[in-house]
Design a protein around this ligand. Structure first.
Ligand code: FES
Length: 111
């Protein structure tokens, strides 16, 4: 339902935050003050925000098979910047900076 607020929990550090107006999990993390949110492309193109959905429903936008294979998708892996919560969600953070672009952003102080 549009405008519904769901509780999103990140396993491993007991962080939780609310969903935010049909926005993807990565933006909701930032708006919820969760500092572990990685700063990547926010468009599905770098893979730094890889998570595994442990519980709950999400809608996924298109994701690069370079970062999420079909097998991974079947197992619940998604990119947080391409995953919109549709219920309360629990997930585990998997990703890490792994592309030159992110390293370049860090080098020049944008991350
Ligand atoms: S931030 Fe780059 S794929 Fe999500």
């Amino acid at each position: 339902m549009a405008g519904s607020k769901y509780q999103i929990k990140m396993l491993g550090n007991n962080k939780s935050f609310d969903s935010c107006n049909e926005d993807h999990i990565l933006n909701c993390m930032a708006k919820g003050g969760v500092s572990l949110a990685p700063n990547g492309c926010h468009g599905g193109g770098c893979g730094v925000c890889k998570i595994k959905i442990l519980d709950g429903e999400i809608e996924t936008l298109s994701m690069s098979k370079k970062y999420i294979t079909e097998d991974e998708k079947e197992s619940g892996f998604v990119l947080a910047c391409r995953a919109i919560p549709k219920s309360d969600v629990e997930f585990e953070f998997i990703g890490k900076p792994q592309c030159k672009r992110v390293e370049e952003k860090k080098k020049y102080g944008f991350v």
